[in-house]
Design a protein around this ligand. Structure first.
Ligand SMILES: *[C@@H]1O[C@H](CO)[C@@H](O)[C@H](O)[C@H]1NC(C)=O
Ligand SMILES: *[C@@H]1O[C@H](CO)[C@@H](O)[C@H](O)[C@H]1NC(C)=O
Ligand SMILES: *[C@@H]1O[C@H](CO)[C@@H](O)[C@H](O)[C@H]1NC(C)=O
Ligand SMILES: *[C@@H]1O[C@H](CO)[C@@H](O)[C@H](O)[C@H]1NC(C)=O
Ligand SMILES: *[C@@H]1O[C@H](CO)[C@@H](O)[C@H](O)[C@H]1NC(C)=O
Ligand SMILES: *[C@@H]1O[C@H](CO)[C@@H](O)[C@H](O)[C@H]1NC(C)=O
Ligand SMILES: *[C@@H]1O[C@H](CO)[C@@H](O)[C@H](O)[C@H]1NC(C)=O
Ligand SMILES: *[C@@H]1O[C@H](CO)[C@@H](O)[C@H](O)[C@H]1NC(C)=O
Ligand SMILES: *[C@@H]1O[C@H](CO)[C@@H](O)[C@H](O)[C@H]1NC(C)=O
Ligand SMILES: *[C@@H]1O[C@H](CO)[C@@H](O)[C@H](O)[C@H]1NC(C)=O
Ligand SMILES: *[C@@H]1O[C@H](CO)[C@@H](O)[C@H](O)[C@H]1NC(C)=O
Ligand SMILES: *[C@@H]1O[C@H](CO)[C@@H](O)[C@H](O)[C@H]1NC(C)=O
Length: 466
């Protein structure tokens, strides 16, 4: 074959392939298109089916199935994806789609046996049971049935889905869903590929077994009635980024005293209201990636543990509702702090921490209410230019209230009530404040004229002076 012929031959092959692919009638197998249309017809659309969609995900429900019709290839339908080679439907994502009705076991959905990713979250299946047939989608890597008003027991057949990387079955209906005896253990034992597990508010009511996927990056089990001792292994998951076990008062948590294997990856640690024993150990100083720490209402006692001063990436820190005391100077090094909640503890002493301002230029919320703070508020403070909320109520602060506090450029909420502040308040103008409480103090003189620019309908209601 000479060169010209070769070029023509190649052109011919390319063109014929192109023509062939253009003339493919439907990528999507007919039976699968039919199953999808039947599924669509099972569920009347109610745009209000889930308020939670907007509340949690900040976008409005959008009826994806509404435009599905026979005149187009089902692979192009909203929320549907097909395998490029085989044409089989492999993904169905109907999150926030306004679906509302009972979800029955005879649903045509279960005919889509090649599905790899299935997301039915944020609809309203009106208290339907989760069908054991979900366990037949043997190729599933992602399954999300969250906040869609499913109820009853999560079927044990979910543990057949051994390819799952992501499993999310959460509920907002407290204990509307339960795991059933031993199912949680089976689930964790069998789903060895899990990267993300979220069973928020499912009544699990058991211990966490020792055997589970070592690939976990996200483990969210708040409000699940977990019992027993948290296996130390959780802290040694070397890819763990987010651990959320809050509101399990019967779950006993002990931190490892040695280095945690998760210490370089862990970014969010939420252990609010668990049965915490011991102090925060020195090993915390290795959690160099930590951005958010919530250990409110966890029985922590004693001085702020030194290691917390090493967590220089921390942006939000909640240690409220404990028995903490002593100096808080460690926090002055946390230059990325945006939120610091230390209310309802036993901190005493003066509020010179306000002058950490130079390092606290990003701070937006500071809560020190209900402690034993004494003395005056310093007269001069720099920084704090992003501070929006300052709560110092129910302490023993005294002296006059310095005027700089009313002119912090970002401040919207100020609560200094229930202290022993005295003197007069100068008239002030604020373009940002919309809540001020100064009540239960020893302030004197006429109530100053206060000019609010940023007000609710009745500004007086948010101003408590006497
Ligand atoms: C959705 O909610 C709006 C406002 O609450 C209401 O006017 C509308 O009738 C509701 N639609 C349906 C289909 O329930
Ligand atoms: C059919 O689907 C296409 C693409 O989604 C859409 O543009 C068209 O409006 C639909 N037709 C009907 C009758 O719904
Ligand atoms: C599916 O099952 C439900 C309840 O058992 C029944 O009401 C409905 O008619 C069934 N639908 C089909 C298509 O068989
Ligand atoms: C479904 O789509 C939403 C965005 O519309 C996305 O956040 C979610 O991750 C998708 N679900 C799956 C399983 O891919
Ligand atoms: C879900 O739909 C049912 C009716 O089928 C209704 O009673 C219930 O209030 C809805 N739930 C939510 C969270 O909107
Ligand atoms: C665990 O997965 C295997 C398949 O890998 C399956 O045969 C077995 O029944 C599953 N066990 C449970 C309890 O789900
Ligand atoms: C959770 O499940 C356990 C065991 O099944 C049960 O005893 C308990 O009452 C349930 N808790 C709630 C709040 O439903
Ligand atoms: C909390 O943990 C301690 C042991 O550290 C244990 O004695 C106590 O019973 C636990 N409390 C609960 C409610 O589980
Ligand atoms: C924690 O910070 C102190 C100084 O503030 C330093 O001496 C110590 O080495 C740091 N620890 C770790 C594990 O980085
Ligand atoms: C501010 O932070 C830096 C490093 O993060 C630290 O060296 C310095 O001591 C801090 N300043 C104050 C006043 O604590
Ligand atoms: C005021 O503060 C005291 C302690 O400083 C506290 O005991 C009391 O409950 C507080 N009162 C109110 C109304 O918060
Ligand atoms: C503030 O309280 C302290 C005791 O905590 C007291 O020594 C001081 O005199 C008081 N200052 C004023 C201005 O009342």
């Amino acid at each position: 074959m000479d060169c010209v012929k070769l070029v023509f031959f190649m052109l011919y092959t390319i063109l014929s392939q192109l023509v062939f692919s253009l003339s493919l009638p439907h990528l999507c197998p007919k039976d699968q298109a039919l199953s999808l249309l039947q599924f669509k017809n099972m569920f009347p659309i109610n745009p209000n089916a889930s308020d939670y969609c907007f509340k949690f995900k900040e976008f409005h429900s959008y009826p994806k199935t509404l435009t599905w019709n026979r005149s187009t290839d089902c692979c192009s339908w909203d929320g549907v994806q097909c395998d490029k080679m085989t044409g089989q439907v492999i993904e169905l994502n109907l999150t926030c789609s306004g679906l509302q009705d009972k979800f029955h076991s005879n649903s045509s959905l279960f005919q889509l046996c090649n599905l790899k990713r299935l997301d039915l979250s944020y609809n309203n299946f009106s208290g339907s049971l989760i069908s054991s047939k979900f366990g037949e989608f043997s190729s599933l890597t992602h399954l999300d049935l969250s906040v869609s008003s499913f109820s009853g027991q999560i079927p044990s057949e979910i543990s057949y889905l051994t390819n799952l990387n992501v499993l999310r079955i959460t509920t907002v209906d407290p204990y509307g869903l339960r795991a059933g005896p031993h199912n949680f253990e089976l689930l964790l034992k069998n789903l060895t590929q899990l990267r993300e597990l979220n069973l928020d508010s499912v009544n699990i009511s058991s211990t966490i077994p020792l055997n589970f996927s070592s690939y976990l990056t996200v483990l969210q089990l708040p409000y699940t009635q977990l019992r027993g001792v948290l296996p130390e292994r959780v802290f040694h998951l070397s890819n763990l980024e987010f651990l959320h076990l809050s509101s399990n008062p019967q779950l006993t948590v002990r931190f490892p005293t040695t280095t945690w294997n998760s210490s370089a990856s862990l970014m969010k640690l939420y252990l609010y209201d668990v049965n915490f024993t011991g102090r925060i150990p020195e090993s915390f100083s290795h959690l160099t990636s930590l951005h958010e720490l919530d250990m409110g209402y966890s029985n922590l006692a004693g001085p702020i543990p030194k290691p917390l001063g090493n967590l220089t990436h921390v942006e939000s820190l909640f240690l409220n509702g404990n028995y903490l005391e002593g100096p808080i100077s460690q926090f002055s090094t946390l230059g990325k702090l945006r939120v610091l909640y230390l209310g309802y503890n036993n901190f005493a002493g003066r509020v010179e921490f306000l002058s950490f301002g130079k390092n606290w230029t990003r701070l937006e919320a500071l809560d020190f209410s209900s402690n034993y703070l004494t003395g005056p508020i310093p007269f001069n403070v720099s920084g704090l230019r992003n501070l929006q909320s300052l709560y110092l109520s129910s302490n023993y602060l005294n002296g006059t209230i310095p005027s700089w506090i009313f002119s912090l450029p970002s401040l919207t909420e100020l609560n200094l009530s229930n202290n022993t502040f005295s003197g007069k308040i100068q008239e002030f103008k604020s373009k940002t404040l919309d809540f001020v409480s100064l009540k239960q103090n020893k302030l004197e003189g006429p109530i100053p004229k206060i000019h609010f620019y940023r007000v609710f309908e009745d500004a007086d209601k948010s101003l408590y002076l006497s």
